[in-house]
Unconditional design. Structure first.
Length: 85
């Protein structure tokens, strides 16, 4: 008898705020996908600080989500969670 595996919270599709959707595309999508797309955006726009790769210097679009001039990559996850529901 096969048991149904409970999907983890990270894999649950989440609704995105309008600002976040403007950066990574329309949702819903799981947190893992949100993170992957955010990093793809950051790398494609070269938004990582060249001296300290852990810092992100958001462009105008991304700063609407992050709300700061410079954000540490660990802090970014916490901030982005506020844009998911």
């Amino acid at each position: 008898m096969a048991t149904k595996q409970k999907s983890s919270k990270f894999m649950q599709p989440m609704k995105l705020s309008e600002d976040l959707a403007a950066v990574i595309g329309k949702g819903p999508m799981p947190r893992t996908e949100v993170t992957k797309k955010l990093w793809a955006y950051i790398k494609s726009k070269k938004l990582q600080d060249p001296k300290n790769k852990r810092n992100i210097n958001p462009d105008e679009k991304l700063s609407r989500v992050l709300g700061k001039k410079t954000v540490n990559m660990f802090e970014m996850v916490k901030i982005v969670n506020k844009h998911l529901s």
